[in-house]
Design a protein around this ligand. Structure first.
Ligand code: PLP
Length: 445
């Protein structure tokens, strides 16, 4: 009884007072999450769901991880907060642990409150380091909701925010399934995407370009794994033209792609690497920029003109320390890689064989997408770019009825549960998806 009353009150107060992200407020009907544990969440009616969203792809170690909760509690009892100009044990240790896993010489960490401001600061550092202004980023990308980050974004969320005044220029990244280059092999896609980027650099003027900002594996845009050689080629172009390479690892980093950082799949080291989400499983807001020695040296004697009140907040840092230690001790990254190889890959390909709406299966680690199409021959998307469709709605509703929360984006279903999910949980979720696809397809026959 009390439970129902609390849930009703939470819902009513939300509708009365909470303004939600990326939404027309009038039509919202949010699910009240009353409880969460491990790979599951419970709704207002006490129904349990397998959380294949990791919320917004951040609860990498699942919900209510005891070591992270304990670390936050302990930090709160010891020293809840401290200003960024002071040193603090939780922050120092978090920075050390992060730097111990970032590739190459990304040895310094600037902490932010989330992913968007991490990208804002990375761009600011690149601009000050190079003395140039432009930022090149890909179509089909997401870099955050703040003004510069959303202008660098290459998805429809940019459109209503695009002031076209911030020196952001977009190019096509590799995406063989819908190749902008009429490529039919990975080699062609890689080579032509690099030739295209080179042309963009030439035509924009290399001497005006501060940075190339890219997600080593674009996340929200569709989990498109870059073909072999692409990231190496981008690194070479940046080196040749004195351009800073910023890897946005906000979604793909911290084990999601079966490596500590997704860029490791390409075997290259960026100059700046941005992170958030998985760094502390999103238990307390935090993001950051990992900085190379060379860029760090730019600010040895020169003031870095930027900062945040909560940069390196002790509660967030304590959560990061506990998260990273748990990842090391429990070999979470290795587990994520094995789940991808042994469970997601084979099981999702088997699902694709059975359902003609599945156009392509893509992914690695615990980072997978099904690209849904009306027709495998024409590859017409099952929902238009920047839109949804009754068919996609039916799939999601069928999943939810059967106890699975997947993440949908346009014509794709993203399967991104916690990295700590067991293979049984992953099999169970994919089994539900399989049934839901059949059910939804039946509605349109
Ligand atoms: N970059 C990428 C790749 C993301 O996926 C996101 C969020 O989804 C962001 C940046 C923005 O992060 P935040 O929402 O913490 O500002």
């Amino acid at each position: 009884m009390t439970q129902t009353t609390d849930v009703d009150r939470a819902y009513d107060l939300d509708r009365a007072h909470v303004f939600h992200s990326w939404s027309a407020q009038g039509s919202l009907d949010p699910m009240v999450v009353s409880r969460a544990e491990g790979s599951h969440v419970w709704d207002d009616g006490g129904n349990r769901y397998l959380d294949f969203t990791s919320q917004l792809v951040f609860t990498n170690l699942g919900h209510q991880h005891p070591a992270i909760v304990a670390a936050i509690r302990e930090q709160a009892e010891t020293l809840c907060t401290v200003a960024p100009q002071h040193a603090n044990a939780a922050r120092s240790e978090a920075a050390r642990l992060i730097a111990s896993h970032t590739p190459g010489d990304l040895n310094r960490v600037f902490f932010t409150n989330g992913g968007a401001d991490a990208n804002e600061h990375a761009i600011r550092m690149a601009r000050l380091h190079t003395g140039r202004q432009k930022v090149l980023s890909t179509y089909r990308s997401y870099h955050g909701g703040t003004q510069l980050a959303v202008n660098a974004t290459g998805d429809p969320r940019r459109w209503p925010n695009d002031t076209a005044s911030t020196g952001t220029v977009h190019f096509f990244g590799p995406y063989l399934y819908r190749s902008a280059f009429h490529a039919v092999t990975e080699e062609e896609e890689s080579q032509r995407a690099l030739e295209h980027l080179e042309q963009v650099i030439t035509l924009e003027g290399a001497s005006t370009i501060a940075a190339v900002l890219l997600e080593p594996i674009p996340g929200t845009a569709g989990i498109m794994l870059p073909p072999p050689g692409y990231l190496r080629g981008v690194r070479d172009l940046c080196d040749r033209h004195g351009i800073v390479l910023i890897a946005d690892e906000v979604m793909a980093g911290f084990g999601r792609a079966g490596r500590w950082f997704a860029i490791e799949h390409g075997g290259v080291v960026p100059d700046l690497l941005t992170f958030a989400k998985g760094v502390n499983s999103g238990y307390v807001p935090m993001g950051g920029v990992a900085i190379s020695d060379e860029i760090h040296a730019t600010f040895t004697d020169r003031v870095y003109p930027g900062g945040l009140t909560y940069s390196g907040h002790p509660l967030a840092c304590a959560a990061a320390v506990a998260t990273i230690r748990a990842m090391e001790e429990d070999r979470v990254v290795e587990h994520a890689a094995a789940l991808g190889r042994e469970v997601f890959g084979p099981e999702l390909h088997a699902v694709a064989e059975k359902h003609e709406w599945v156009g392509e299966v893509r992914g690695t680690g615990v980072f997978w997408a099904l690209e849904m199409v009306r027709d495998r021959g024409t590859r017409e998307p099952l929902a238009p770019y920047a839109g949804d469709s009754p068919e996609m709605g039916a799939i999601l509703a069928a999943c939810k009825r059967r106890g699975l929360l997947p993440l949908a984006s346009n014509n794709r279903i993203h399967l991104v549960p916690p990295l700590t999910s067991t293979s049984e949980e992953v099999r169970e979720g994919i089994g539900i998806l399989d049934t839901a696809l059949g059910e939804a397809h039946g509605e349109f026959m």
